[in-house]
Design a binder for this molecule. Structure first.
Ligand code: NAD
Length: 496
């Protein structure tokens, strides 16, 4: 692929000593640098509290790349980290921003950055709004070049808080300057959904309610809540996974073909899907949506505690660690096709996968003993495997006409012979080049909050019968019943 260098820019990273910066952002920036995709004229200002000076930040960055990234060359790494500068900072204090402005203005001249600035907020969400307001009030957004705000998840806790946050950041940035990260949108196979759909004559004509019977999206984790209980117990699976990642995958699978592959056209098609989601009345929430919380169990041969026994989790926590739901999209293409979505912690395996199940052929000519006719499936493997599998029926080799199911496989690691870049690397590169397609627009955020708020409002006011699934299982039995009622079942995630 031709390497395109991104424009010169200064990246201000708020939360420079955080977990995200360390594990994802520094290794990703370094990869862009090595591939020549980062301008030679770039500087990074790391903003945090615990370090003392530039030298400490440079060591921190080096250590992060040596631990989580790939570096063969110490000299190269030193050259890369020489672009990093540290600013100790209190996010609520104007004086700190004034100091930051002095540093930024100096680096802008020194590196000839043309005033281009990216403000990356990789810190606790409670500070997002305050930082954005200060950036404007204290003059940091006052620049001749471009200014962009990259904002991490979660974007609000519900619709109301998301509106409040959006109003705060919109005081300093226009909508087209705001890059709301949903790192699923940076994943290779999530980006591939549109390509698979819109570049293959064999799929798009079938991609509707005449030929598809149902779509299943699973994102399962084996990990529990780990050290994140303080955040997670207030959020739960619906806010942590469904409002953003899962609903984004639904929109990509269901959207109409955009007239052009531009940010605005794609986003507007995605928004239409969210507008067409069928709202569910309060009384029916528990018919369409299932919540779960893990009990103790065994994962990879090891005993693990239940959610309520985890550190910092209240003994009577009503928080769901599992979600399954049936989404209906009321438009011409999808009327009558359920989109089943499930996600949870402490499940049997770590996997994100989409299964598109086609309708049965109108008549089974091969219905005889020994024949095994299965529905056609298109499986999109998002992670950890990346690729697609198409399930077909063929004749079993040998005497007689007996059918047997087969799988056609494409795996990016075996075919392309490379590990695809980490989502954050792609998203950072997009942001540097001003391409907001793979970031979420405010309208998408607002509509998805509006949808999940209806569910949360019911669940938060009704104690659940938790725990209701064992760690190491695929979730509560109610999630299976959700599909059984419609005559379907979840396709196995393991050994697909
Ligand atoms: P973290 O707690 O590890 O790091 C927080 C950073 O903010 C630290 O650098 C800290 O010094 C800085 N900070 C905190 N209070 C400050 C203050 N008052 N003034 C200045 N600096 C302050 O958090 P994290 O895990 O890196 O997460 C950062 C953001 O990224 C969060 O919004 C999180 O939801 C999101 N996120 C994280 C991950 C991940 O893998 N860690 C994944 C997806 C999204």
């Amino acid at each position: 692929m031709k390497t395109v260098e991104s424009p010169s820019s200064l990246i201000l990273l708020f939360g420079a000593t955080g977990d995200l910066a360390k594990r994802k952002l520094y290794p990703s920036l370094y990869n862009l640098y090595k591939k020549g995709q980062l301008s030679k004229r770039f500087a990074v200002v790391g903003v945090a509290r615990r370090l003392k000076n530039d030298a400490e930040l440079r060591e921190w960055v080096k250590d992060s790349i040596l631990t989580y990234g790939e570096s063969e060359n110490e000299k190269d790494l030193n050259a890369f980290t020489s672009h990093f500068y540290y600013q100790s900072h209190d996010v609520t204090d104007s004086a700190s921003y004034k100091q930051l402005k002095t540093l930024v203005d100096r680096l802008d001249k020194e590196y000839e950055l043309g005033g281009n600035r990216i403000f990356y907020l990789a810190m606790s969400p409670e500070f997002f709004g305050t930082v954005a307001e200060h950036l404007k009030e204290d003059g940091l957004t006052d620049t001749n070049g471009f200014k962009r705000l990259v904002i991490e998840k979660p974007f609000g806790h519900d619709l109301q808080s998301a509106i409040k946050l959006n109003n705060q950041i919109r005081k300093a940035f226009d909508e087209d300057e705001i890059y709301r990260i949903d790192h699923y949108l940076g994943k290779e196979m999530v980006q591939n959904i549109e390509v698979i759909r819109f570049s293959n004559a064999i799929f798009e004509p079938l991609w509707n309610n005449r030929y598809i019977s149902n779509i299943q999206i699973t994102s399962s984790e084996t990990l529990g809540v780990e050290e994140r209980a303080n955040y997670y117990d207030k959020s739960g699976a619906i806010r942590d996974m469904v409002q953003n990642h899962m609903m984004q995958m639904v929109t990509l699978l269901a959207m109409e073909p955009p007239i052009k592959l531009t940010t605005d056209e794609i986003r507007s098609e995605k928004v239409k899907v969210l507008r067409a989601l069928r709202p569910v009345d309060k009384e029916n929430i528990n018919k369409y949506f299932v919540r779960g919380q893990y009990d103790r169990g065994v994962i990879n041969g090891e005993e693990v505690p239940g959610y309520r026994q985890e550190m910092n989790v209240p003994e009577d926590s009503n928080t769901e660690t599992y979600f399954a739901g049936k989404f209906l999209i009321d438009n011409f293409r999808w009327a009558g096709v359920p989109f089943y979505v499930r996600t949870g912690k402490r499940m049997a395996t770590k996997s994100t996968k989409i299964v598109i199940q086609f309708k049965d052929i109108p008549m089974n000519l091969y219905f005889k003993s020994g024949s095994n006719l299965k529905p056609n499936l298109l499986v999109i493997h998002i992670q950890p495997d990346e690729g697609i599998t198409l399930h077909l029926n063929v004749k079993k080799a040998g005497q007689g006409i007996i059918t047997t199911p087969i799988k056609l496989n494409y795996s990016t690691s075996s075919v392309d012979g490379m590990n695809t870049p980490e989502a954050y690397e792609k998203l950072l590169y997009d942001c540097l080049r001003g391409d907001a397609t793979n970031f979420t627009h405010w309208d998408e955020v607002a509509l998805s909050w509006q949808f999940v708020d209806e569910i949360s409002a019911v669940w938060e006011n009704e104690p659940a019968n938790f725990p209701n699934y064992r760690a190491g299982s695929m979730g509560p039995k109610e999630a299976d019943l959700l599909l059984e009622k419609d005559g379907f079942s979840w396709w196995p995630i393991i050994d697909e």
